[in-house]
Design a protein around this ligand. Structure first.
Ligand SMILES: O=P(O)(O)O[C@@H]1[C@@H](OP(=O)(O)O)[C@H](OP(=O)(O)O)[C@H](O)[C@H](OP(=O)(O)O)[C@H]1OP(=O)(O)O
Ligand SMILES: Nc1ncnc2c1ncn2[C@@H]1O[C@H](COP(=O)(O)OP(=O)(O)OP(=O)(O)O)[C@@H](O)[C@H]1O
Length: 406
């Protein structure tokens, strides 16, 4: 088994190791993995009498990663993954003293679906990287985890739902980490305290119109779906086409307006308006400069679904062509739901921006998923959301879709 050189940085680690299967073996430590006290932990109190607020930092799950004892605390989650902060508990950092601070990413069960496990997700991320500009993807390292770790993390999740008030976001309650033997390690992009760096996070979504949008459309797929869901003018939505084709000033306007996407070390939207105003033009410069290459490649990758999801419905269930079309759609949907992270650093009065794509998680071409995408597309067409002829336009304001005024 290859030895992990603890002084390696994350990228050096990735370059220095062999392909997938071996890579995982190389960085696992089965001996350390077997003796752990993670199951013996009892949850902390769910309420503090003194009135002091509980936080996720009050519950640490201890385990080993790559043979190194670490503590895991909850950092964030999306619909399909939970992000855990890795704390080294005064031990040697995983990737050496100069290495990045890291997070662990674990998969969740999704209602009504067979989970896509970490290994499949990992392989797909590596596959996606081939279609995207070099160094534009936040590449994870796949590691074995202790067999009892998912159970221990789930105990933490249950605790965080029972605290007063619940720490875990209500809309994520009851979902649990899957019984997986692998997880991903990634650099923690939350700016470290005192660094002065800012993180900007968003999903570029559909960078092309849907292939089955009706004639006379006035909204792109993303704007049409946002309008249908009443997600307009909420400080969270924007037209992706402006992002990929718009002028720098238009992009600056978008990034400045977006709430909940800016983070400092607190990991929340704790950036004040003056800071946003200062940094937005620089972000726009990064997105319309080096970022444009990444966005254009992302758009190209989305193009593989050139016929659209409705095509799947025209063919019989056991048809090979249908299966192939479903796969194309699912792959394109992966590129339509990934995340872009931009880290803005200031040093001696000048700024730099580092852009990375993440969450290139494989969407499986299951009947259930395809049905959902078909239903969305049909409703956007039939209810007039693409054309701006929806029944109740009074409630919905178009918010600058690139197509609206053309
Ligand atoms: O349907 P959309 O466009 O809302 O996208 C979903 C996302 O919603 P968003 O609009 O980005 O807030 C949704 O994100 P959130 O739950 O909003 O964090 C998921 O990413 C979902 O994918 P999956 O079911 O986890 O594979 C996404 O579902 P897919 O459409 O990619 O299946
Ligand atoms: N490497 C990272 N460093 C810091 N924070 C991160 C990192 N990766 C993810 N996060 C945070 O965790 C959140 C959820 O992560 P992620 O997007 O991987 O989950 P998901 O379940 O795939 O999301 P979605 O709902 O979009 O499918 C992100 O929105 C981001 O705020």
């Amino acid at each position: 088994m290859a030895q992990l050189d603890q002084s390696f940085g994350l990228s050096a680690l990735q370059e220095g190791l062999p392909p997938i299967a071996e890579k995982i073996t190389a960085i696992a430590d089965p001996v350390e993995s077997r003796h752990s006290s993670i199951d013996e932990m009892s949850p902390p109190a769910t309420e503090v009498a003194s009135g002091a607020a509980l936080s996720f930092k009050d519950y640490v799950v201890k385990t080993t990663l790559c043979g190194i004892p670490v503590g895991l605390t909850y950092l964030a989650e999306g619909a399909a993954n939970i992000i855990w902060c890795i704390d080294y508990r005064n031990e040697k950092p995983l990737f050496g003293p100069e290495g990045p601070s890291c997070i662990l990413r674990t998969r969740k069960y999704l209602e009504g679906e067979m989970p896509v496990d970490t290994l499949q997700i990992y392989e797909n991320i590596l596959e996606c990287e081939r279609y995207l500009p070099k160094d534009s993807v936040l590449t994870p390292v796949c590691v074995h985890i202790e067999h009892s770790l998912p159970k221990a993390l789930n105990k933490l999740l249950a605790w965080s739902e029972s605290t007063n008030p619940p720490l875990r976001p209500l809309d994520r309650h009851r979902s649990r980490v899957i019984d997986d033997r692998n997880a991903l390690i990634l650099p923690n992009l939350i700016p470290s305290e005192g660094s002065g760096n800012l993180l900007f996070e968003f999903k570029p979504k559909w960078l092309l119109q849907s292939p089955t949008a009706p004639e006379g459309y006035r909204r792109c797929r993303t704007c049409a779906y946002d309008a249908k869901r009443g997600r307009t003018n909420d400080g969270k939505t924007f037209c992706p086409l402006v992002l990929v084709e718009g002028r720098r000033e238009e992009v600056a306007e978008i990034v400045q307006r977006l709430c909940g996407r800016w983070k400092t070390h607190g990991g929340r939207d704790d950036v004040d308006e003056a800071q946003k105003e200062k940094v937005a033009p620089l972000l726009a410069e990064a997105l319309t400069g080096p970022g444009k290459k990444i966005l254009t490649a992302l758009r190209k990758a989305q193009e593989q679904d050139s016929q659209g999801v409705l095509e799947c419905d025209k063919l019989p269930r056991d048809d090979k062509e249908r299966a192939a079309q479903m796969n194309k759609v699912a792959h394109a949907m992966t590129y339509r739901d990934c995340t872009m992270f931009v880290t803005v650093k200031e040093a001696q009065g000048s700024f730099t921006a580092d852009i990375k794509l993440a969450d290139l998680d494989l969407k499986e071409a299951t009947e259930g998923r395809v049905k959902k995408w078909v239903e969305i597309e049909r409703s956007l067409i039939d209810e007039g959301w693409y054309t701006g002829k929806e029944k109740d336009p009074g409630q919905v304001q178009h918010h600058g879709c690139s197509f609206w005024n053309t």
